[in-house]
Structure formats: structure tokens, C-alpha cells
Design a protein around this ligand. Structure first.
Ligand code: NAD
Length: 480
């Protein structure tokens, strides 16, 4: 059985404990590889390697750094099929989706940030003939990058690319549920000639490896994407050490549909925004709010199309939804469906575990589920389920829609469907969400800041924001 190895100081090495964890293929419910059960000691060696590599990497001319990162992007493109397959087997997502979204985006992340540092300008301010103030930005040093399982290589590279481009060195940890693409990525880093110690990848459990990275005094900056509860633990650990933190956390995103929308587009895109990646995208719109005059028509059409979605073997090109990432996560999703029933919800379609045949007979599949009849404040509508489960609720006025949309502790993303331009702007300004889509979903220019409001996160990633995050500003004032 294949054994994943840590990537430390430029080499692929076994964990110091020599212990391994099972890596399960969720479509089959079977162990298909092993990953290091690393601990504090592996993190210690990785941080030392990153510290040692930092001066040379930070001093390397931009063009040389960029060339290495671009080479990694080229190698991702070359290995697209292999990486997409690994992403699909690790996470349960349809291979088609990994091929079209996850892996191309991982390559785009590397490419985007490779040259970003060459296009950054520093600021200078003249103080009325008295002095010149100028600002320099230098890389912060060793950073910790911790990522989740839902878009494994996509989110892993989203952190690593700006960190390395800014001149930092990194100790990174992918989710223990989806380690395979990070392992393949480490081999590409070696092939591309990334100097030893610039990127170190330590696999293992969050409470052990992740916590050790966050606690390490030599890791000054943490970029984390994951659940809000984990984010709170990280914030509490990092705060007394005054670490720089970027926390990209959970969401419970509203999808607001006004009666004057382009009906066909609204329905078709809402199907994607509800069920893509089995609903395991932090930006999925899990609360659909529909203006009352359109409610019945929308609900009928949405439920009809949800029933038509093919849930199946992720490697089958016909499958629209694959398996949920783990048995534990499947049970959590199913428990929320039971909760919805006790809260008075009506299951319009789905609502159960699906038993497939053939190699997927023991996989973790849940049918796409639509629930109606719930109020805004019930737990089903307040807590992140992170699966193929959406609720649909009617609203009567624009103000009510805004109130419903803002009525959770989360504030990651929101979608508005209307052909009324004024209303689109007016509503978007009142929504407390870090990103708002009008008549579309999941479109984003990588130059824009990305992140959540309220309990969906702290800090912004993307574009120049990420480059700033991984650098420290210093002001120099020169008397003239
Ligand atoms: P998680 O919080 O359980 O784990 C995320 C990562 O943190 C994993 O690598 C895990 O091993 C590690 N970890 C766990 N405990 C830790 C600790 N004490 N210290 C340091 N690291 C620790 O999240 P998950 O279940 O992997 O991912 C799903 C969550 O991620 C959802 O809530 C989803 O909304 C969120 N998410 C957010 C975004 C965003 O951009 N806002 C993007 C994707 C996913």
C-alpha cells in the first residue's frame, strides 16, 4: 500500500514516530494509502529547515523565485490527470470536477503569485518639504499554512503560493483526510528545483501537527482555512504570542432570489451553488430565500432538477455528486437532516444515505436534499452543515430578505438574483458577507480580496492582500 511521506528540508522522509494513519477512499469506504502520523518532533525539524532556508530564499532575485514557482505550475498542468484522479479518490468529489476546477485552480494560484512580487510598488510620502517617508515590505519569515479537505490542492496552493512568492518559507499541513495531492505536489516541488527547506509539508492530525505549528515560537504567521471552531482554538493559541493570523472559516450563505430574476439562470446556477462538490464548498448557498410570488414555481422546478442529479461513482463521468469525505462527516450531515425534521422541516427530496452498487457499495453517499418549512432561527438554518442539504424559505419584502440573509453568525458569501440593477447594488451594500455575487456564483478575479465577515473569518486573502499578509511593513522617515 502506498505510504505518503513528509517533505522536510527538500527530502521525502518518514515520520519520526514511524506511525501512520489510514487514508480512506470515501467512495469505497476502504483504506487505500497511509499518511504519516507526525508529531511535535517532525514539526520541530521542519521549522528548523524553514528557518535555515529563509535568508537565501528571501534574498533570491524575484525573477529566480518566480521561475521556480512557474515551473511548479507547469508541472501541475503536465500532471493534471494524475492530480485530478488523486483529488477525486481522496475526497470523493467527481473526477470531472477535480479536472475542471481543483487542479487548474492550483496551477493558477502558483502562476498568479509567481510574478506578483515583481509588480508590487512601495509607497513614498513627502511631508511638506520636511521629510520623506517611505515604506518597505519584507517577508515575515517562517509561516504556517493549514488547509482543509474540501478543495485540497486548490486551497493548499492558495496559501503556499503567496507565502513563497513573498519570500517566506513555510511549514504546511494539509488535512489528514485528503493528503495525497499535497504529497504529489511535494514531488513536483523537488522536480522544479525548489531549494531545500523553502516548503516543508508535515502530515498528521490537527490537534497534534496543526497545533504544534500554531504553537511554535518561530512561526510568526499563520494562514488557516477550516472550521470556525478550529479557528477559535487557533486564535486563542496564537493571541498571547501576537502572531499574525488569517482565518478563513465556515459559512451559512444566503442565496436570495427576487421575483424579477432571470428564472432559468437562477435555477440552474442555484443547483450548482447548492450541490457542487456535494455541497462541501464553504461558498455554497445553503439557505435559499425566494420572493413569495415566485416561491412555488421556484421550489417546484428546483426540487425537480435536484431529483435529476446523478449521485454516483466519482470516477464515472456522468456523476454530478460523488461521496462525502468521510463516514464521520456523512453521519454529521445525516444528523442535521434528522434535526431538520424535528424542527418541523419538510423533506422535499433526498434526505437519506444512498447505497450504491459495485465498488462503491460501502461509500459515503447522501442524496441531495431540499428542506422547506423551517424558520430562520432554527439550528438547521443557523449552523453550517457542509453537505448536499439546502433549505428554501419565502420572503415578502427586500428588507425581510436582507434581515434573513444577515441572521446568522456567519458572513462568508451571498448571492442575489434580480434584473433590477439598483436593487442589486442596494441589497449587496446591506449584506454582511465578504463576497457577494449578483446573478452568478463562484466567479472571482484572483486580484480581489477574499475572506469572511463575522465568524466566517479574520483577515483577507487573495491578490495584494495575501502578499501584504506575508510581509511586514516598515516606515522610514528621512529628514530633508
Ligand atoms: P477543520 O477545522 O476540521 O480542519 C482544517 C485543518 O485544520 C485541517 O488540516 C486540520 O487537521 C487542522 N486542525 C484541526 N485542529 C487543529 C488545531 N487545533 N490546530 C491547528 N490545526 C488544526 O476543517 P475541515 O473540516 O477540514 O474543513 C471544513 C471547514 O472549512 C468548513 O467549516 C468550511 O466552511 C471551511 N472552509 C472555509 C473556507 C474559506 O475560505 N472560508 C474554504 C474552505 C473550507
Amino acid at each position: 500500500m502506498q505510504q505518503i511521506l513528509n517533505y522536510v528540508n527538500g527530502r521525502l522522509v518518514a515520520p519520526i514516530s514511524s506511525s501512520y494513519l489510514d487514508n480512506i477512499n470515501p467512495a469505497e469506504g476502504k483504506v487505500y494509502s497511509l499518511l504519516p502520523d507526525s508529531d511535535l518532533r517532525d514539526v520541530e525539524v521542519a521549522v528548523k529547515a524553514a528557518e535555515a532556508a529563509f535568508p537565501l530564499w528571501a534574498a533570491m532575485p524575484f525573477e529566480k523565485r518566480a521561475a521556480i514557482l512557474l515551473k511548479i505550475a507547469d508541472l501541475i498542468d503536465r500532471d493534471l490527470e494524475k492530480l485530478a484522479w488523486a483529488e477525486s479518490v481522496d475526497q470523493g468529489k467527481p473526477l470531472k470536477l477535480a479536472r475542471a476546477v481543483d487542479i487548474p485552480r492550483a496551477s493558477a494560484n502558483m502562476r498568479f503569485y509567481a510574478t506578483a512580487s515583481m509588480h508590487v510598488s512601495s509607497e513614498s510620502h513627502l511631508m511638506e518639504g520636511e521629510a520623506i517617508n517611505y515604506t518597505t515590505r519584507t517577508p515575515v519569515g517562517v509561516v504556517g499554512c493549514i488547509s482543509p479537505w474540501n478543495l485540497p490542492l486548490y486551497l493548499f496552493t492558495w496559501k503556499i503560493a503567496p507565502a513563497l512568492a513573498a519570500g517566506c518559507t513555510a511549514v504546511a499541513k494539509p488535512s489528514e483526510l485528503t493528503p495525497m495531492t499535497a504529497f504529489l505536489f511535494s514531488k513536483l516541488c523537488i522536480e522544479a528545483g525548489l531549494p531545500a527547506g523553502v516548503l516543508n509539508i508535515v502530515y498528521g492530525l490537527g490537534g497534534k501537527v496543526g497545533q504544534a505549528i500554531v504553537e511554535h515560537p518561530k512561526v510568526s504567521t499563520i494562514s488557516f482555512t477550516g472550521g470556525t471552531v478550529t479557528g477559535k482554538t487557533i486564535a486563542a493559541t496564537a493571541a498571547p504570542m501576537f502572531k499574525k493570523l488569517s482565518l478563513e472559516l465556515g459559512g451559512k450563505n444566503p442565496n436570495i432570489i427576487f421575483a424579477d430574476c432571470d428564472f432559468e439562470q437562477a435555477v440552474a446556477t442555484s443547483i450548482s451553488s447548492s450541490f457542487s462538490n456535494q455541497g462541501e464548498i464553504c461558498l455554497c448557498g445553503s439557505r435559499i430565500l425566494v420572493e413569495r410570488s415566485l416561491y412555488d414555481r421556484f421550489k417546484t422546478e428546483f426540487v425537480k432538477r435536484t431529483r435529476e442529479l446523478v449521485v454516483g461513482d466519482p470516477l464515472d463521468e456522468k456523476s454530478k455528486l460523488g461521496a462525502l469525505v468521510s463516514e464521520g462527516h456523512m453521519k454529521k450531515v445525516l444528523s442535521y437532516i434528522e434535526l431538520a425534521k424535528t424542527e418541523g422541516g419538510k423533506i422535499e427530496c433526498g434526505g437519506e444515505q444512498l447505497k450504491l452498487s459495485g465498488r462503491c457499495v460501502d461509500g459515503y453517499f447522501v442524496s441531495p436534499t431540499v428542506i422547506t418549512g423551517l424558520n430562520q432561527l432554527c439550528r438547521t438554518n443557523q449552523e453550517e452543515i457542509f453537505g448536499p442539504v439546502v433549505t428554501i424559505m419565502p420572503f415578502d419584502t427586500e428588507e425581510e430578505a436582507i434581515g434573513f440573509a444577515n441572521a446568522t453568525t456567519y458572513g462568508l458569501s451571498a448571492t442575489i438574483w434580480t434584473e433590477n440593477l439598483k436593487r442589486a447594488h442596494r441589497v449587496s451594500h446591506q449584506l454582511k458577507s465578504g463576497i457577494i455575487w449578483i446573478n452568478c456564483w463562484l466567479l472571482r478575479d484572483l486580484r480581489t480580496p477574499f475572506g469572511g465577515m463575522k465568524q466566517s473569518g479574520v483577515g483577507r486573502e487573495g491578490g495584494w492582500e495575501a502578499m501584504k499578509f506575508f510581509t511586514e511593513a516598515k516606515n522610514v522617515c528621512v529628514k530633508i
